[in-house]
Design a protein around this ligand. Structure first.
Ligand SMILES: Nc1ncnc2c1ncn2[C@@H]1O[C@H](COP(=O)(O)OP(=O)(O)OP(=O)(O)O)[C@@H](O)[C@H]1O
Ligand SMILES: [Mg+2]
Length: 402
């Protein structure tokens, strides 16, 4: 998309039967563009994400479905509200809350690194966001600095998780099965070891990525940055080899001990294992008690800024993961099934331990871009092929999200 809103063949200047107007462009990913806009029915500023239907690899519908699921029965902190989803000319559109700058943009403004305290706050909120997403049966599969943005005004200290274009439903009645050679989905720099090996992703992979994110934030880089290759597979293999070979002690030299502990812990999770989110959060709570910050809004870029009344952070602890809810249900109806579920879960954790011996999974992708999710459709295609019938839903025409 290179043309301006309203240009012939370009993005529309208005969407939602004239309710929303597009203003300036805020950002662009590999397959979509995001504009600042206005909702004429309220006068409020909004963000409008557009996807060109001619590009083929369409994901915005699915994103709208996920946002609607996440808001049911009530929207939680750290997720945008979707106001409208539909079509306008050749474009799919999703209108949502206008949010602030991404962590990648903040990183650039801060000179390429964040201090440990800012990174600890990011880790804490990042885990909370993933815990909620996982509780709804989805995994994100593209945890990276561009997909975390800060809120605005009274929510300036809220970290939002955005961009569900590569997300996948991992639990519907039961956990998806462990598979190998599925092709890498996500961004190699932050991808888990198992994702780079081509293993089907689950909750553990999202969490492992948060570890690489905060290490890069504190250090400014990671040793596998900029590794090239003559093919995409070769490049991924080099990144995987480097990530595997890099001692966590060296990688996290000078950083709070919670950082290597967190990566070690998330790497050791089983494919179907329910992560102990509280345990992971406690690591950073402990780091916070040693290194600070005391306040949950002490992000580097907010220090010294005159902040008005802030919305206190909601950090729900009552979240049940879908497998926990299913286990309770089945044990109530039949204790034998509960025992069987426990046994299956134990076996899958054991099976996981041998994944490092699995041969590297060649990707079917032809694109050589670092971000492999949107550029080539096969990553999503393999998901579509594997999807449960209702996993990828058809376009909900003119869906009202609120
Ligand atoms: N609600 C929003 N408010 C403000 N800015 C936003 C919003 N949503 C997205 N952005 C900005 O636009 C950028 C691209 O958005 P998004 O990640 O949703 O697009 P994408 O094409 O799916 O990206 P990717 O290539 O990472 O998959 C974000 O990194 C962010 O800077
Ligand atoms: Mg993105």
């Amino acid at each position: 998309m290179t043309s301006s809103p309203g240009d012939k063949g370009g993005p529309p200047s208005k969407v939602g039967a004239g309710r929303f107007s597009l203003q300036q462009r805020l950002g662009a990913g590999i397959f979509a563009e995001v504009y600042r806009g206005v909702d004429h029915s309220t006068g409020e500023a909004v963000a409008i994400k557009l996807e060109d239907q001619r590009d083929g690899d369409l994901q915005l519908d699915f994103e709208a479905v996920i946002l609607a699921d996440l808001a049911d029965p009530e929207r939680r902190h750290g997720f945008a509200q979707c106001f409208y989803s539909g079509e306008e000319g050749m474009y799919n559109c999703l209108v949502m809350d206008l949010l602030g700058m991404s962590l990648e943009d903040h990183l650039t403004n801060c000179g390429g690194t964040f201090n440990a305290t800012t990174s600890i706050l990011i880790a804490e909120q990042g885990i909370h966001r993933l815990r909620y997403l996982h509780s709804k049966g989805y995994i994100h599969r593209d945890v990276k600095p561009e997909n975390f943005v800060m809120g605005l005004g009274a929510k300036a200290h809220h970290l939002y998780l955005i961009d569900f274009g590569l997300s996948k439903r991992y639990f519907k009645d039961r956990h998806i099965p462990l598979k190998y050679n599925v092709g890498m989905v996500g961004t190699p720099r932050y991808a888990s070891l198992n994702a780079l090996r081509g293993t089907e992703q689950s909750r553990r992979d999202d969490l492992e990525s948060v570890g690489y994110l905060i290490i890069r934030f504190c250090v400014g880089t990671v040793p596998w940055s900029g590794l090239g290759g003559t093919t995409q597979d070769e490049k991924y293999r080099k990144i995987l080899n480097k990530k595997e070979a890099c001692p966590l002690g060296d990688l996290c030299k000078g950083l709070p001990s919670a950082f290597p502990k967190y990566v070690r812990k998330t790497r050791s999770l089983g494919f179907e294992e329910t992560p102990d989110y509280d345990f992971l959060l406690d690591m950073f709570a402990d780091a916070r008690s040693r290194h600070g910050p005391e306040q949950d809004h002490e992000f580097q870029w907010l220090v010294g800024v005159k902040l008005g009344q802030l919305d206190p952070m909601e950090l729900p602890e009552d979240l049940e993961q879908p497998d926990e809810a299913a286990a309770v249900e089945s044990s109530v109806s039949n204790p034998f099934f509960a025992l069987a579920a426990w046994f299956t879960n134990s076996c899958s954790s054991t099976a996981n331990r041998s994944t490092s011996e699995i041969a590297f999974a060649p990707s079917h992708r032809s694109s050589d871009t670092v971000h492999c999710g949107h550029a080539a459709s096969d990553a999503s295609q393999s998901d579509v092929d594997d999807a449960e019938p209702d996993e990828r839903m058809h376009r909900p025409h003119l869906m009202q999200c609120n």
